[in-house]
Design a protein around this ligand. Structure first.
Ligand code: CA
Length: 216
């Protein structure tokens, strides 16, 4: 399958705007990426990615709800919810429910945010005179195998030193955390307890590792 790279007003691949970027641009650090046909300011690549895929035999998924009032899906109950997929640009999903007098509140939740998890922890020792501390390089990944910046990483030290820490990942998805120093010998252990970042959801089940140790 042959795709053309989307470039925009920048000299290279378009990195998007706000939380969004085209998939065929450089959207590695964006929480929302989409196939596109250049529907953004300054686009110079108008190839319709979804149309190209279909010419190579990849169909769009089947429509899940009717497109007209007569084909509306009926929802019932005092607190109703439904989820569906918009399959094409022209697709519409129609739902119907009955209500009495009063205010009806409708909440729309767009596509879920991307998961983040701990990919690796690399440990080393830092010696200053008779004092030793441990240094941990923590690498965070997201579900698209990108290395997201500005992720708040929290956790604690145990073993030779104790205490909690908070750090923020750099553009390489990494944060360096250093323990307190000590003259004692034994093992420094770091434990990551949480990740948080705007547009992302921490998924502990995807963690490759959450704890690491090194002895002086
Ligand atoms: Ca539909």
């Amino acid at each position: 399958m042959i795709f053309s790279i989307n470039s925009g007003i920048c000299s290279g691949c378009y990195s998007g705007h706000g939380d969004w970027a085209p998939i065929m641009g450089s959207g590695y650090y964006k929480s929302v990426t989409q196939w596109s046909k250049g529907e953004y300011p300054g686009a110079n690549q108008l190839q319709d990615d979804l149309a190209v895929m279909q010419t190579y035999g990849i169909p769009v998924i089947a429509d899940d709800y009717g497109n007209k009032n007569a084909a509306a899906t009926v929802l019932s109950g005092s607190s109703i919810s439904a989820s569906g997929k918009i399959t094409t640009r022209s697709n519409v999903d129609v739902f119907q429910f009955s209500t009495g007098d009063g205010v009806v509140t409708i909440n729309l939740n767009p596509a879920p945010s991307v998961a983040i998890f701990v990919k690796s922890i690399s440990m080393s020792l830092v010696t200053s005179g008779r004092q030793t501390s441990a240094r941990a390089v923590i690498t965070v990944n997201d579900g698209n195998s990108a290395l997201p910046a500005n992720v708040t990483v929290t956790g604690n030290w145990s073993g030779l030193t104790t205490g909690s820490f908070t750090g923020t990942t750099n553009a390489s998805g990494q944060v360096i955390i250093t323990s307190a120093s000590t003259k004692k010998t034994g093992a420094f252990t770091i434990n990551v307890t949480n990740l948080s970042a705007s547009g992302y959801t921490y998924n502990p089940n995807q963690n490759v590792v959450t704890s690491a140790s090194i002895s002086n």
